[in-house]
Design a binder for this molecule. Structure first.
Ligand code: SF4
Length: 242
């Protein structure tokens, strides 16, 4: 697919990445993946700094080109995963999701929960079929894990919206050395109490927003399993992924 440089003002959404087909990003589905630019968080372990930090470069994609590609290939796809960055900060997101709906594709939205008003709008308008929301850490460690000093009640509002929604969803946490300890499990569990599915992922070294994390080793498998056991009382199902 052709990649184009463009000015942000020309489009209602800013797209910095596109995968035509993935079997990993939408549970049980063959899905295209659209990566939106921009995020209010600065998680030091973020693997997409070029999407998060303005001016870091990277590819740009035209909304209409992506819709055209999806139109041509919709019979070979189940859905589209909308991720980032943080998709809910895009002014044109609702229109974009409406266009995807008109193609008949299922929609999964990934979010950090910082814009509950937009999430509520998406849920009210039936513009998502699956949602995955990051739970960065326990309340006390949210600023450390997210690099964000915003109002945590926004994240908690998003949690409540999903818990009260009628679509399948998951909460998920990336377990990061130097940030997460086993003592954090009950605090996170309290935030997501009653969740149908909570997913734990182990941080992998690589390209990270804070270079100090680039070569940091993953936490061991036993740690993820011990964390899982501690959070089990709070969710109906807790999985370790990857
Ligand atoms: S990992 Fe953090 S900084 Fe990176 S896109 Fe997600 S919420 Fe934003």
């Amino acid at each position: 697919m052709e990649r184009k440089r463009r000015g942000r003002a020309m489009n209602p959404v800013s797209i910095g990445g596109y995968i035509q087909t993935s079997f990993l990003d939408y549970p049980g589905s063959a899905a295209a993946v659209v990566f939106f630019r921009g995020c209010p968080f600065r998680c030091p372990f973020c693997h997409n700094p070029e999407l998060v930090i303005p001016g870091m470069g990277g590819d740009s994609f035209e909304w209409r080109d992506i819709l055209g590609d999806l139109e041509r290939r919709k019979n070979f796809l189940d859905g589209v995963c909308i991720t980032g960055g943080e998709p809910t900060i895009q002014e044109g997101l609702i229109s974009f999701l409406g266009d995807l709906r008109s193609l008949g594709l299922k929609i999964k939205i990934d979010t950090n929960g910082a814009r509950p008003g937009v999430l509520e709008h998406i849920l009210d308008r039936n513009l998502a079929d699956y949602a995955a929301m990051d739970i960065k850490a326990s309340r006390e460690k949210y600023p450390l894990a997210s690099g964000w000093n915003g109002d945590l009640s926004l994240v908690e509002k998003s949690i409540s919206l999903l818990l009260g929604s009628n679509i399948p969803f998951e909460f998920r946490t990336t377990l990061v050395p130097g940030i997460h300890g086993l003592e954090d499990a009950p605090g996170i569990g309290d935030m997501i109490r009653g969740a149908p599915l909570y997913v734990l992922q182990r941080f992998r070294p690589g390209n990270t927003l804070d270079p100090a994390f680039a070569e940091t080793s993953s936490l061991p498998a036993w740690f993820a399993e011990a964390f899982r056991e501690r959070v089990l009382p709070f969710a109906k199902e807790v999985r370790i992924r990857g």
